[in-house]
Design a protein around this ligand. Structure first.
Ligand code: HEC
Length: 182
């Protein structure tokens, strides 16, 4: 009985220590994934580089990928991963970086109404940002202070004279002769 208690304690403290190690996700990766995907996720002989693919996948996509694998493509399923191993592994995968360049990145944006939207950043400038949302639709945002709002109007100026009618008229109303300097 004492021996059993001892083992139980050892087991518990072991698993607690495991859950608390900041790098437990890395450990799961090294044990189960690195043989194919390389120790830094940049590809090996049996699996492709995944550092550039992970940002396009949601946490749910990744969790179901671990459960089901991609048997037809050569990736086995990992049905025995526990919930905490899955969480830690996802956290680790999100820290992988491509060997060269910065690669695609994920972002969570705060909207003007306080809502949040997460996804893959497709393109970004000082004024706007295009996001492939985790809802799998493309969102066009304009920057508004340090928040974002959905683009509500879109007026192109496809040729030298504006529209093909050549009228040089823009229907945009925010900049007018009344509020522009020249
Ligand atoms: C036996 C080799 C092997 C092992 C082990 C393996 N994978 Fe894969 N994995 C593959 C192959 C092959 C593909 C590519 C399938 C394809 O052609 O798109 C892949 C694809 C992926 C992708 C990209 C999926 C996508 O939709 O683009 C991710 C992410 C990934 N693996 C993560 C992991 C993680 C995390 C582990 C460990 C839990 C792991 N893999 C273990 C072989 C492996």
């Amino acid at each position: 009985m004492r021996v059993a208690v001892f083992f139980l304690c050892a087991l518990l403290s072991g698993s607690i220590a495991f859950a608390q190690t900041p790098d437990s996700g890395r450990q799961v990766f090294v044990n189960r994934c690195a043989a194919c995907h390389g120790s830094d996720g940049n590809g090996g002989e049996l699996g492709p580089a995944i550092a550039t693919r992970v940002p396009a996948l949601t946490d749910e996509n990744l969790a179901s990928l671990f459960r089901q694998g991609l048997p037809a493509a050569g990736m086995p399923p990992f049905p025995s991963l526990t919930d905490s191993e899955t969480r830690e592994l996802i956290r680790y995968l999100r820290r992988l970086r491509p060997r060269t360049g910065s690669g695609p990145s994920r972002a969570t944006l705060t909207l003007v109404d306080g809502g949040l939207v997460s996804g893959l950043v497709l393109n970004q400038s000082a004024l706007d940002l295009q996001l492939l949302g985790d809802d799998r639709t493309i969102h066009l945002f304009r920057k508004s202070g340090d928040r974002y709002r959905a683009v509500t109007s879109q007026a192109d100026w496809p040729s030298y004279n504006g529209q093909t009618s050549g009228s040089r008229f823009s229907p945009l109303a925010e900049i007018t002769t009344a509020n522009s300097p020249g």
